[in-house]
Design a protein around this ligand. Structure first.
Ligand code: GLP
Length: 241
């Protein structure tokens, strides 16, 4: 795992966006893996600036999202469909037919998991997969105890994850209890993984990530098995003592 220590969140976001942009410019038909949550927002803002000011072109890029809440309409204000539109897609030119996000309202969620994994195999895997990390080490919505080879599946969210995400909802009762997520096995198919971590809230997870061996109780540790992972971390999140 290659660690890039950044001064602060802005620096981290600039670095992440620069890596993505450089790749997209050199490989205009590439496949990106995108994440949600607070952490990638700065990266998306920089990508938007790069599109507006330097004309970085996404018209032939395909983009896969990691996960979606089960039970929320795509148009729900807190769905990850809405997040992607609001924070990225309305500003850059990724073609709508190449924006892939799991459907949390599918009639048959098992079929939806299979459909999404097949798309990943046909069009993907992502050349670059952006990842955040949960305080309990989850990646995507792969909670502690997840199958380390798992493919796209539905999960029951850990109470701590629902609490952490409650800030985006009117109350904790409104936070969905289930999600559909690319599995750890799906994530590991990506060619290059960019893991972002910022702020002291993530310090314990990063300390565990760097020091612990692969174990399903801390899903992010599986990244040690991947040949090409870059951890972009700011000073507040990188406190190893
Ligand atoms: C959510 C997402 C994850 C994300 C995590 C951390 O649960 N499913 O993909 O990495 O939250 O979010 P944040 O970046 O807001 O701390």
């Amino acid at each position: 795992m290659n660690v890039i220590l950044c001064e602060n969140y802005d620096d981290l976001s600039r670095n992440a966006a620069a890596m993505i942009e450089t790749y997209v410019r050199a490989n205009p038909t590439c496949v990106l893996g995108l994440a949600t949550g607070g952490t990638p927002l700065g990266t998306y803002q920089k990508l938007i600036l790069g599109h507006e000011q330097k004309g970085t072109d996404y018209s032939r890029v395909s983009a896969f999202n990691l996960d979606e809440y089960v039970g929320l309409e795509a148009s729900h204000p807190q769905s990850y469909h809405t997040y992607m539109q609001e924070h990225l897609y309305r500003y850059i030119n990724v073609d709508a037919i190449r924006q892939y996000i799991p459907n949390g309202k599918a009639v048959n969620m098992e079929d939806e998991c299979e459909r999404y994994e097949s798309l990943l195999d046909e069009i993907g895997p992502p050349d670059i997969q952006l990842l955040g990390i949960g305080e309990n080490g989850h990646i995507g919505f792969n909670e502690p105890g997840s199958d380390l080879d798992g493919l796209t599946h539905t999960v029951e969210l850990a109470e701590s994850t629902r609490q952490a995400n409650a800030r985006y909802f009117p109350s904790i009762e409104d936070v969905p209890k289930r999600a559909i997520t690319m599995g750890i096995g799906s994530i590991l198919k990506s060619k290059h993984i960019l893991l972002l971590a910022s702020g002291s809230r993530k310090a314990m997870a990063i300390k565990r990530l760097v020091s612990e061996e692969v174990q399903s109780t801390f899903p992010a540790s599986v990244l040690h098995q991947h040949p090409h992972v870059t951890l972009l971390v700011d000073r507040l999140a990188y406190q190893l003592v």
